[in-house]
Design a protein. Sequence first.
Length: 185
Amino acid sequence: MIQDVEILPCSTSAFIQPKRMLYTQEGKAKTWDMVDVHDSVAIILYHEERQALIVVRQFRPPVYLKNNDGFTYELCAGIVDKDKSLVEIAQEEILEECGYQVPLDSIERVTSFYTAVGFAGSVQTLYVASVNESMRVSEGGGIEAEQIEVMYIDVADAKYFVMDETKAKTPGLMFGFGWFFENRV
């Protein structure tokens, strides 16, 4: 349960830096406010034995401001803030968030795309991997203060899940599920 909510100005952050861009486009002076943020990785995870796609459910304060719930359903993902390759960061996020140890050579790059283009323009690199119970080494759930719930969406129910507007989902999840149905089912 979320309680005692207070919204304050943010003048410093390890995750974002507000910026203002002044520029001229076709002879007209323009101003654009934006946020410099980390790029990220996301992973479409297919559980072979359960025949399910794995998603994580977690509280996101900006979504809370929109729907007074704040819980989102997302692909396993993480920011690029370490001196590691993108696939190594993806592997680490799978372990931390979902509890599976997946060999690097079993994590396949799908594509990359820009997210939050109106205010951030960060790049997310999408991967896909299959897991099974022999790869499970923990329950997942994230690290430190993260409170991540691992969920399994049966492939048979995944198209309905994507279109269910009562569940806040990210565009990356929706794109990832679509890619999975187009390329793996």
